[in-house]
Structures are given as C-alpha cells and as structure tokens.
Design a binder for this molecule. Structure first.
Ligand code: ADP
Ligand code: MG
Length: 584
C-alpha cells in the first residue's frame, strides 16, 4: 500500500467527518444486533410457554409485543444510521476524488511541453478520470466496508462466543473459504473488465477519428473498410465482454452456495446441540441469523482486497505523473515593468528526444520596440526560437536576456503576461469567438474585443455570422477557415497589450490583401513594442527593422530588406521568386 499512502493527507483533511462515519458505523452495527437477540429470545419464550402447563397466554403476548416493538425500533435506527454512514463516508470519498482530480489537473498544467510530447493525451485523460475513479473506490466503499466488517466482526463474534463458543467455531469456519473465493473471483473480474475497458477506449478512439476524418474516408471511398475495421474492433470487444460476463455469472451463485453451506453446518451442529439440550432453541435461531449477517461482510473482505490492489495500481500511475517535476521553473521575478530588449547570447538548443540541434550558437540583439523578421526553411528553428522566449523550452546552452536580466530570473507569469504569442498552429477552444479572444485578457470589454478584431481584420467576418461574437466554435459550433482562425488568434494576442509580440507564421492562410491590411494595422500597434515575426513571405517582413535568415538553427544572413536583396543568398532568391509570382 506504499502508493496509497499519498492519500493520507486527504484522510487527514477530512478526519472529523471520517471519525463521525466511524462512530456512526459502530453504533449502527450495535443496533443491528438487537433484532437477532430478541428473535431468539421470543422463540425461547414461546417454547417455554408451550412446554409448561400453567403459564398465562397474556404474559407471553406481552413479551412478544414488546420484543416486536423493540425490533422495529432498533431496525429503523440501524437503517437510519447506515444511511448516515454512507452519507458521511461516501461523501468524503467524493470530496477526495474532487480534490485529487483538481490536484492532478493543476499539476498537469505546470508540466512542460516535453512532458506532453512524451505522453499520450489519452493516457493523461485516463489517469485523471479512470484512475482517480478507482482510487475513490478505495477511499469510499473499501474504507466504509472495512470499518463495517471489522465492527460487525468484533461485536458479533465476541457476543456469539459468549453464548455458544463451540457453535461459533462451526459458524465462522466456512467464512474464510468464502472470502478467498470472492477475492479470487474479484481479481479475475477486475482483470477482465480492464480488458473490456481497453477495448472500449480503442473503439471510441477509432469512432472519434473516423468521424473527424469522415471527409477523407468518403473521398477515398473507404466507408466499407472503415465499417469493417470497426466491426473487427466491435467483435473483439464482444468477445472480451462475454469472457467477463461468464465469470461474473459465477459470483452470486457461488456466494449463495457458500452461504447455504454455512447455514447447513449451523443447523446440523446447532440442531444436535439443541437435541442434546446444550443450547436453547432461541440460540439456534439467533445463530442462523448471524451466519447470514456475517456472510456479506466476509465476502466483502475479498472484494475490498481486490479494490485496494486496483487502487494501489492506479495511484501508482497517478503518483508517477505527480512526481514529474516541471524542468522549467519560475524565477523570483524582477518586479519592474518590462521594456522588451532581447538579447540571445550563444544560445543553442538540442531536443533530447530527436537529438536535433534546433538552435546552434545563436547571437542576436533585438532592441526594445523594434521589429525582427525571421525567415528560413521549414525545420530551421524559427518556432523553437519563439518557444524559448516563452520559456516553453529552455536553451541547452547559452542564455537569453530580457532588459538585461536572464529570462530565468522572471516569474513565468510575469514573463508570459507580457508576451502576446500567436502560434504557428493556432488553437481555438470550443467556446464563443468572444470568449476565445477574451482568453488573452479575461476582464476585456466587448468594445475592446471588437477593436482588436478590427485590427486583426477579422471583425467583418465575425459580424457576418448570425450570432456575431457569440458564435460558438468547435464541435457544436461553426468551423472557421484557417485564415479566420489565425486572425482570431492574432486578436487574442493583441488584447493582452503585450510588450513583446511573437507572430509565428500566422498569416500563412490569409490572402495577400488581408495580410497587407493586418500588417498596416499592426504597424500602429507594434510601434512601441518588440515584435518577432516569422513568415515565408517577404512582403510580411520587408518593413522589419532587422531580418534574419535561419538555416539549420544558425543565422546565415542578417540585415534590412534593402541590403538583403542586394546579396546573393536565400533571401534574394526567395524575393525574386515571390516577385515573379505576384506580378504574374
Ligand atoms: P521551423 O519553425 O523553422 O519550421 P522548428 O523550430 O519547428 O522549425 O524545428 C526545428 C527542428 O527541431 C526541426 O528539425 C524539428 O523537427 C525539431 N523539433 C521541433 N520541435 C521539436 C520537439 N518538440 N521535439 C523534438 N524535435 C523538435
Ligand atoms: Mg515553425
């Protein structure tokens, strides 16, 4: 149970509630003992009445009536307390589930890009839902039934021993067999249901991908093949389910068989003792009730053991992620407004996963308020450069300075709040357009949102939608074109009023006229802020104060547009090709 120890802090947090749950459980069990006792007592009273000649019918009626009333009262009380027991303990398990999910989610968010590259999304989702769910079974039901069983056992068994020690021995003898059998069965059931779960997630992943890619499937006429693949998965899933059902079907019959055996033993041994006169008829009746009272809790021991094992395995998976430390840590902060002078000194970055040296001994200064244009082949390290500024990755060698301070000295929030970043593959959330833009500044007014949308030349498009800025995006909303997504994404960056603006090839999907329009708007916005703009179009960059050409992580050309078109090289070649194309 090493891994599950992690949860002790939560048990501690909810200790008062759990203590109450514990007390209530014990009291509920004490109440539930009254009924068998009185049933036995009533039987003995009736037997005595039948055997003696001179007793009075009204006395026995009196005794029975009182017994019945007490049985009804204590059963109600025990039932109510059992309800309270569930209410306290199961509720606590839900609180802990809630806390743990939040903790995992929060932790996920602190982890770096590298973590997300190395782990599959499905896996991340599973650990926060399935695994946390399994752990909840341990903090809730397993915990509750353990207390219940232990309380019942201590109270019932000690009481049974006090009235008929030998019969007690025979009564509890078959119970361990029951417990072990249930444990074995639960384990098999758990293993099989894990397989069923896996198949289920395979099927839903497949279905989801086919729906997303339905256009491709149709255009390549692959419907029949897709249906065939799905059918194969479904058949496999069917087989796994049948496997599971076959084992599950054993569960209750086996339990009933074993309970039946225990009953037989009690009736046989107890009956003999009664005939010999060692016990009263009431004791025999009581014991038969106890056997049935004890069987479920004992069966539960097997079940709990298997739940705890599963929870342990799940918690291990959760802990593995919780132990991951983000390798990018926040600095202390410099506590001054950021001006935006950037300096790269001997910066290199090698991605350990691929061994690719994406930045190679880079030296570059970008004065505050100036614009840097970046151009170069695909894979030459342009995006990586911007990522290092956001500290999504840290350089493996060399350092980056902002206003003369090493980037690592800044608090991550301080740094990122001042940067407006438009990534190469812009991502919009399945919310309204307005909320997507507001993401950059939660308190922004509608007016401010429209202003930036106009600057990003997307206002007119949005305006044409029936719902305007309230238009929902994503699965249940409209799908924007690539260019529209890029422009909304630009608006989202602009609304932050950043001191540094990073545009990563974010005009690739808009036509040249719109591009011109956006650039001319941006000119007024970016006049005083440091701007880094990556593009494949010379037209986007030519007004930049400084342009660098990247090749294999190195700067191979540097200067202004007018200078660069004079020298032979990548820039001049590209310029000539694009000129020729535009004049066609
Ligand atoms: P560009 O933006 O100029 O197209 P990138 O900066 O995206 O280039 O990539 C530079 C090089 O680093 C490429 O060879 C790419 O394959 C590699 N690379 C980029 N991101 C990663 C990553 N997260 N892990 C490993 N290698 C990467
Ligand atoms: Mg790129």
């Amino acid at each position: 149970m090493k891994e599950l120890r992690y949860l002790n802090k939560y048990f501690y947090k909810y200790r008062t509630k759990l203590l109450w749950g514990f007390l209530i459980t014990v009291v509920a069990r004490i109440f539930s003992l009254v009924a068998p006792r009185l049933i036995g007592n009533s039987l003995t009273a009736v037997e005595n009445y039948l055997q003696s000649d001179n007793s009075d019918l009204s006395t026995i009626k009196q005794i029975l009536l009182v017994n019945i009333l007490i049985i009804v009262g204590t059963t109600l009380a025990s039932g109510f307390l059992t309800f309270l027991m569930r209410q306290t303990i199961i509720n606590v398990s839900r609180y802990i589930e809630f806390d743990l999910k939040n903790e995992v989610f929060w932790h996920y968010q602190r982890l770096t890009q590298r973590f997300y590259k190395n782990n599959r999304t499905g896996d991340l989702m599973n650990r926060i839902s399935e695994d946390v769910g399994k752990v909840r079974m341990y903090v809730g039901p397993a915990f509750m039934y353990s207390i219940n069983t232990v309380a019942l056992f201590i109270i019932v068994i000690s009481y049974m021993i006090s009235i008929a020690p030998e019969l007690t021995l025979y009564t509890v003898l078959p119970l361990p067999i029951l417990s072990v059998t249930i444990y074995k069965l639960s384990r098999i059931i758990n293993q099989k249901s894990t397989l069923v779960q896996e198949m289920l997630s395979k099927m839903s992943t497949y279905a989801q991908e086919s729906f997303s890619g339905i256009a491709v499937i149709k255009s390549y006429n692959l419907q029949a093949q897709a249906a065939g693949d799905f059918n194969a998965l479904a058949t496999e899933s069917y087989d796994k389910n049948m496997d599971l059902v076959k084992v599950q079907a054993w569960f209750f019959p086996l339990m009933i068989l074993l309970i039946g055996c225990s009953n037989l033993i009690v009736i046989f041994v107890g009956g003999n003792q009664y005939i010999q006169g060692t016990i009263e008829i009431g004791v025999l009746a009581e014991f038969i009730i106890y056997v049935n009272m004890l069987t479920w809790p004992v069966a539960v021991v097997g079940w709990i053991t298997s739940i705890v094992q599963q929870a342990e395995a799940s918690q291990k998976r959760i802990n593995a992620f919780l132990k991951e430390q983000p390798e990018i840590e926040s600095g202390k902060g410099i506590g001054k407004p950021i001006k935006g002078t950037l300096e790269f000194k001997n910066v290199s970055l090698t991605y350990p996963e691929t061994g690719v040296k994406a930045l190679d001994n880079l030296n570059l200064t970008v004065p505050s308020g100036s614009t840097l244009g970046i151009i170069g082949n695909i894979g030459s390290g342009k995006s990586t450069l911007l990522d290092t500024l956001m500290r999504l990755y840290d350089p493996s060698e060399g350092s980056i300075y902002l206003d003369g301070h090493n980037l690592k000295e800044f608090q991550l929030s301080e740094l990122r709040n001042n940067i407006g970043y438009v990534p190469q593959n812009a991502f919009l959330f399945s919310e309204s357009i307005e909320d997507n833009i507001r993401f950059g500044k939660p308190e922004a007014t509608e007016e401010a949102i429209q202003t930036v949308a106009k600057k990003a030349a997307v206002h007119d498009n949005i305006f044409k939608f029936k719902e305007g800025y309230k238009t929902l995006l994503g699965e249940r909303g409209v799908t924007l074109s690539g260019g529209q997504i890029q422009r909304v994404s630009i608006a989202r960056a602009l609304i932050k009023d950043p001191q540094i603006l990073l545009l990563d090839d974010c005009l690739s999907a808009v036509d040249t006229d719109t591009e011109e329009e956006i650039l001319s708007h941006l000119k007024s916005v970016t006049k005083n802020i440091t701007t880094l703009i990556v593009s494949h179009r010379i037209s986007s960059l030519k007004h930049a104060d400084q342009i660098v050409v990247f090749e294999n992580g190195k700067i191979v050309q540097q200067g202004q547009h007018a200078d660069l078109i004079e020298v032979d090289g990548y820039y001049k070649d590209l310029f000539e090709i694009q000129q020729a194309n535009s004049s066609k």
